[in-house]
Ligand binder design. Structure first.
Ligand code: SF4
Length: 241
């Protein structure tokens, strides 16, 4: 269910979130996925106990620091579950900031609306797994009743592939969930994309505590995968190693 905008985390300064820009980052609560390796479990499961920051506070901070902050990155949780997102973004954009949206792709309708209104400048869409239901279900932690979410992710991918906004697709490479062949399959399914990022898995503070015992892929393995898939994309990079 869509809900009002509640900001549950605020990073005032980041050089790594929005490619090539200095951004502030906000974190919105709730998520319709339950990825076992999620690094923000409090935002997904325990958000009611987190203190809230008002949208006005964020806007005031951005306005005061406009000289050196280029952008606002909107992360989560899943930000598109907040029904007030569009009006908040509009207020920020009116003050001259670029907007980055980080999403799991389950709300193509909102994505389309935001793009049509030219409210987003950069989209980072997490593609959790190759685009087949059995795999996606496992990696995103959803059930058969939520299969519609998988269909919506595919819609969002198409919107970005066929649109004009700058974007990146990205996948977290968790060894027990995704093999090298899985990533090669996925890369083939999204070939032609502007940018694809292989994200290193971090085995700390995960939603499912069992994942804290899993060792990430070594850097060399990620390099091998990248070499095999980079031909499909304008840009292909590894992040987090
Ligand atoms: S990693 Fe998964 S569960 Fe965590 S916020 Fe992202 S989509 Fe939601």
């Amino acid at each position: 269910m869509p809900t009002p905008l509640e900001i549950k985390g605020f990073n005032k300064y980041s050089l790594i979130e929005y490619p090539g820009k200095i951004s502030a980052v906000i974190f919105l609560p709730r998520c319709n996925f339950r990825c076992p390796f999620c690094q923000n479990p409090d935002l997904v499961l325990n958000y009611k106990n987190l203190p809230s920051i008002s949208g006005q506070e964020v806007i005031n901070y951005l306005s005061l620091n406009k000289k050196w902050i280029d952008a606002l990155s909107i992360s989560g949780g899943e930000p598109t579950l907040c029904e007030d997102l569009s009006s908040f973004i509009k207020e920020v954009k009116e003050r001259g900031f670029l907007i980055q949206l980080e999403t799991n792709g389950t709300n193509p309708q909102m994505l389309k609306e935001l793009l049509e209104k030219k409210l987003i400048d950069y989209v980072a869409l997490d593609i959790k797994a190759p685009l087949n239901w059995e795999k996606y279900k496992k990696v995103s932690g959803i059930s058969i009743k939520e299969k519609i979410l998988f269909e919506k992710v595919k819609e969002s991918i198409k919107i970005l592939l066929n649109g004009e906004v700058n974007y990146e697709f990205r996948t977290t490479l968790v060894p027990v969930l995704l093999s090298q062949e899985d990533i090669i399959n996925l890369a083939g399914q999204i070939k032609g994309a502007k940018k694809y990022v292989l994200q290193q898995f971090v085995s700390q503070k995960t939603l499912n505590k069992d994942y804290e015992k899993i060792a990430p892929y070594p850097k060399e393995k990620l390099e091998i995968i990248k070499e095999r898939i980079k031909k499909y994309f304008q840009t292909c990079e590894i992040r987090g190693v």
